[in-house]
Design a protein around this ligand. Structure first.
Ligand code: FAD
Length: 275
């Protein structure tokens, strides 16, 4: 992994055990000298305070920390307040999203798309923040067409985003074909692949259904055939994801962003396989 920037994504823990587990995972992952740790933001701002607390704890340990910020069902005043608080705490990187549409009744909010949030952040805070946005090699499930989705990514960059991180995928061609498509649309900014280790096939299939990331048929069938044999599920997962990372690295990606689910074990094995 020499010279390849890496970053790790966490979710903000809820319980004292969760906080302790995350500290332990973070200490293990810090050994890989990540460029930054990021912390997700729950739908509709539901983890707003916990996201901030986790980010500040990471920063206090001496690491670069990037909160995710999403705009769905938020007002401009709420976002402006959050930006001001992050600026005051010397946080200078944000992962900027629309957010998943929460189920049930939700406030309408002032923003419809992430590009509007990027524009608002630039308007409010100038160049203070380095802005990461989301990209979808297998295309966002709500996108009208692949072209419309790439045009949306282009709009996010035009609004002031610096870099993109992708949704996870297991088909390396999807990423490189997407990069070619982006280049054809005049996108020149870096697009970092998001990497999801395989912890549990049921959970992964559920995530993938929601976010539109394909689990190749052969992989799904082989993982399902292991049933409750988690050691075999994880061993195959580590093999497959290590090879994916290797192919991405060899293809010249600008970095790797790992979705950790607050666990260090599998990722440490994957990174170990790349060294
Ligand atoms: P957008 O870029 O706004 O796109 C949403 C959809 O609208 C796309 O289909 C797009 O093509 C379409 N679209 C955009 N503009 C227009 C337009 N003008 N007209 C018509 N269609 C348009 N979710 C969370 O809730 N919290 C998190 O912390 C979080 N972290 C994430 C981190 C990464 C790296 C990634 C890849 C995703 C993350 N998500 C998170 C999930 C994300 O919020 C969802 O995928 C969400 O459904 C879309 O967010 P977006 O920022 O990509 O939205």
């Amino acid at each position: 992994m020499k010279n390849l920037p890496i970053s790790f994504e966490f979710f903000p823990p809820k319980t004292p055990e969760g906080i302790a587990n995350l500290r332990e995972a973070r200490a293990k992952l810090a050994k890989f000298n990540p460029e930054f740790f990021s912390v997700t933001f729950g739908a509709g701002g539901s983890t707003r305070d916990r996201t901030m607390e986790t980010v500040l704890e990471i920063q206090a340990e001496g690491h670069a920390a990037a909160p995710h910020i999403s705009c769905i069902s938020s007002t401009k005043a709420e976002i402006a307040d959050l930006l001001q608080r992050y600026q005051e705490k010397n946080i200078n990187k944000l992962v900027t999203l629309r957010g998943d549409i929460p189920s049930g009744e939700v406030a309408v909010g002032d923003f419809k798309y992430a590009s509007e949030l990027v524009e608002f952040i630039r308007m409010q805070t100038g160049q203070h923040f380095h802005i990461e946005v989301a990209a979808y090699p297998e295309f966002h499930p709500e996108a009208a067409s692949p072209r419309a989705d790439v045009e949306n990514l282009k709009r996010k960059f035009a609004a002031g985003a610096n870099r993109a991180i992708t949704q996870y995928f297991y088909n390396v061609d999807a990423y490189f074909r997407f990069i070619d498509l982006c280049a054809q649309h005049g996108i020149t900014q870096p697009i970092v692949p998001g990497i999801m280790p395989i912890y549990n096939i049921t959970q992964l299939a559920r995530f993938s259904n929601i976010c539109g990331a394909e689990i190749p048929r052969w992989l799904k069938l082989r993982l399902e055939a292991y049933g409750d044999d988690m050691a075999s599920v994880r061993a195959l997962g580590v093999d497959v994801v290590s090879e994916l990372c290797e192919a991405l690295r060899d293809g010249g990606v600008p970095g790797l962003h790992f979705y950790t689910l607050n666990q260090a074990g599998l990722i440490s094995q994957i990174i170990g396989n790349l060294e």
